[in-house]
Design a protein around this ligand. Structure first.
Ligand SMILES: O=C(O)CCC(=O)C(=O)O
Ligand SMILES: [Fe+2]
Length: 369
């Protein structure tokens, strides 16, 4: 079934500036003449749950908004059944979201060699071919056969103010807006889970200091040879199937589409809808909720003709805050991150929460293989 898609002010174009891409990504293909060049998946219906942010915050203030009750219930269902939802009425000025993306687009459009050398003196780090980075922002290496069709910019939330974004009034600063939004969503979830936020362990579940913002650019891929080999299917992945390590990941995507989430062994496209954000629950949220909520498996497909840009804010617990859960042995976020880094280096993939799971027979860590 075909559904209508609203368009944003941010334009998405076929890139003629091929030298801005990392060399393996410099493929070019002209979009079909009828202009119908979005992926098939962006034309499908989108069943991802929709959550009204205004209702979540009203509920936190203990006000009696009867018509919000259903929406609160919906939050619980979204977190339990999907691990992802679309957030509407989120209150983040669209101008600000566009500014961040436009700023990143300008940097992405610089020649590849310039981007590689530019960031020794700025808080930004540039990476490509993998989204797996060390804590200092360097890309973990990948084999050439296994590169992700993506390049990105990473900036710690605490250093965002050093970037030359257009000046904002103090309380409108992107880092403050991002953290406030994440905190409000987390509080609504904690309430839905009947978690006691006055508990000494609960407070540092979200920290401003460990969060980072990433902007990704996914170059188009329409490699004819790959298409023939795979019977017409485009085999390049912007991002392979994974779960986020975060508590929450808040995502703003442009109109190209390609993000897919897994539910009950079925893949669903998260259709781009302007002025909405996508909230993914990450591994930390799954652990904090004793596996009641789930960390959503997701992946990113690349478009054949158009590059895609997305911005993502990842929010984590404080480095040393202990995650206590009935399902996992206590661990800190830094323990978790170190384990992920070790697994990616040694095995080529993240094992994740399984590493910390309490097994039924013993309290030892479950081995990956
Ligand atoms: O670009 C996207 O839509 C998703 C990015 C993502 O999944 C990630 O960075 O973990
Ligand atoms: Fe992700």
């Amino acid at each position: 079934m075909k559904t209508t898609t609203t368009t944003t002010t941010t334009t998405t174009t076929t890139n003629n500036n091929l030298e801005s891409y990392p060399p393996p990504f410099r493929l070019r293909k002209t979009p079909p003449a009828d202009g119908d060049d979005l992926t098939e998946s962006t034309k499908q219906d989108c069943p991802i749950p929709v959550i009204d942010f205004q209702c979540l915050i009203r509920d936190n203030k203990e006000e009696d908004y009867k018509n919000c009750d259903d929406k609160k219930k919906k939050l619980g269902e979204a977190c339990r059944d999907w691990g992802v939802f679309r957030l509407v009425n989120h209150g983040v000025p669209p101008d600000l979201l566009n500014k961040v993306q436009d700023f990143a687009r300008e940097i992405f459009s610089l020649p590849f060699e310039t981007k590689q050398g530019l960031f020794t003196t700025t808080p930004l780090s540039y990476f490509w071919g993998t989204p797996a980075l060390t804590p200092s922002g360097a890309a973990l290496s990948r084999s050439p056969q296994n590169i992700n069709w993506v390049e990105g910019l990473n900036v710690p939330l605490t250093q965002l103010s050093q970037l030359q974004l257009q000046p904002q009034p103090h309380d409108q600063h992107p880092s403050l807006i991002s953290f406030r939004l994440a905190t409000a969503i987390f509080e609504a979830m904690s309430k839905e889970l009947n978690m006691d936020l006055t508990d000494e362990y609960s407070k540092p579940h979200l920290s401003e200091s460990t969060g980072f913002i990433r902007v990704y650019r996914y170059p188009p891929n329409s490699d004819e040879e790959e298409e023939e080999e795979e019977g017409g299917e485009n085999t390049a992945w912007g991002m392979d199937v994974h779960t986020d390590s975060s508590v929450l990941s808040i995502l703003n995507q442009d109109q190209v589409g390609g993000l897919e989430v897994l539910k009950d062994d079925q893949w669903f496209t998260v259709k781009p809808v302007s002025n909405t954000l996508v909230v993914n629950l990450g591994d930390m949220m799954q652990a904090i909720s004793n596996d009641e909520y789930k960390s959503v498996k997701h992946r990113v497909k690349v478009n054949r003709y158009k590059e895609r840009v997305s911005t993502c804010y990842f929010v984590f617990p404080g480095e040393g805050s202990v995650i206590k859960s009935s399902k996992y042995k206590p661990f800190t976020y830094s323990d978790f991150r170190a384990q992920v880094q070790q697994d990616v280096k040694a095995l080529g993939y993240k094992v994740g929460l399984e590493r910390f799971k309490i097994t039924s027979t013993s309290n030892t860590i479950t081995e990956a293989c």
